[in-house]
Write a protein that binds this ligand. Sequence first.
Ligand SMILES: [Zn+2]
Length: 412
Amino acid sequence: MRSGTNLPRVGGYNQAVVLDAIRTKGPVSRVELGPLTGLTNQTVSNVVRRLLDEGLIAESGRAPSSGGKRRTLLVPRADGAYALGVHLDPDAAVIALVDLAGSVLLSRRLALPRPSVPGEVVDKVARAALRLPERAAIDRGRLLGLGIASPGPIDTEAGTVVDPPNFDGWTCVPLLDMFAKATGMPVAMDNDATAAAIGERWIGGKERAGGFLFLYMGAGIGAGIMLNGQTLRGDSGNAGEIGHAQIEAGGRLCDCGSNGCLGPNCNPAALVDDLFTLHGRAAARRIGLSGGPEAVRADWKLLRRAVRAGDPAACDVVRLAGRRMGQAVRGAVALLDVSRVVLGGEALVGVEHVLSEEIDAAVNNTSVTRALGRVTVERSLIGETAGAVGAASLVLHGRYAPGWRMLTETRE
Ligand SMILES: [Zn+2]
């Protein structure tokens, strides 16, 4: 838990510290907030008053008496603030309207043409996004802005996507400014895996306090890293490119020029290809796969369905993917000392249980820290809309989670 500061002119930061403590430890009383935040009782009392006035928290019941006066408990208010989130993938944009508690009020999936033109995509997505607050009839004054989760790498300083895989012709596109112009709202942007990790931290509350590695799969594979409740971004803002971790297997050539990367040996296209290569056309026909680059999304969905139905060939291929992910995750866990690995993203839905068994074995059977406790491997609390909810959380988290960035800069 981050401590607050009693210096003047950092009210926004203290507000974020107190709100974060109420969200992640709550319901709590004012008395408990002092030790949790490192703030004096007087400061806590002032900040709580401000949060109540702004409608971000509410008083809810009283703690059982321990002799003295019963203490009033504080809880966050879901309707205190809202944000829009957009997750861009090569085939589709998923848009979500999220409240302060992290609940999705409305969401929409827009199919995108391939290849797509950035300006046309931004216009179409912005128009669809702006309709959601209207349809949900929320207080527009409480809508904070729009977050974008885009495949990496991205240039966080310039607000551009650099050269995302499978977005032909999207080189150094200034998405942040384009969306700000198209919506007239403050806009935040991060890569999809980091956004998903931030969403998980925001929505997970108590269950996701501390550190974890979020292994994310959309069209590609990436990781978001949370250490001591803070996002690890790295010098260029692209920490977590676990798709380029070296593993022993595959041999497929990666965009980066190497042929031992996790990504091209573990993404949906590779797993469909593995099924054809390792189990033959008869198994592919049984599952209903058609093969070819145009059918990857549909084939991967069928393959996951076959895993859930217990098809041995489908299970074998996904287990193999789990072992490959395990090699990369094992290295990351050893390096970062996180006690939790979370699996999420649209492309992993329904097969997390198979992958998590293999990843669990890889990280726990030979870990040097196993005497201190097992690393838990579990599925995301967000589910299918992890990217879009993560994108919306960029806005909520940026505004209301305590972090170094808040004290030094505001990007609005
Ligand atoms: Zn690579």
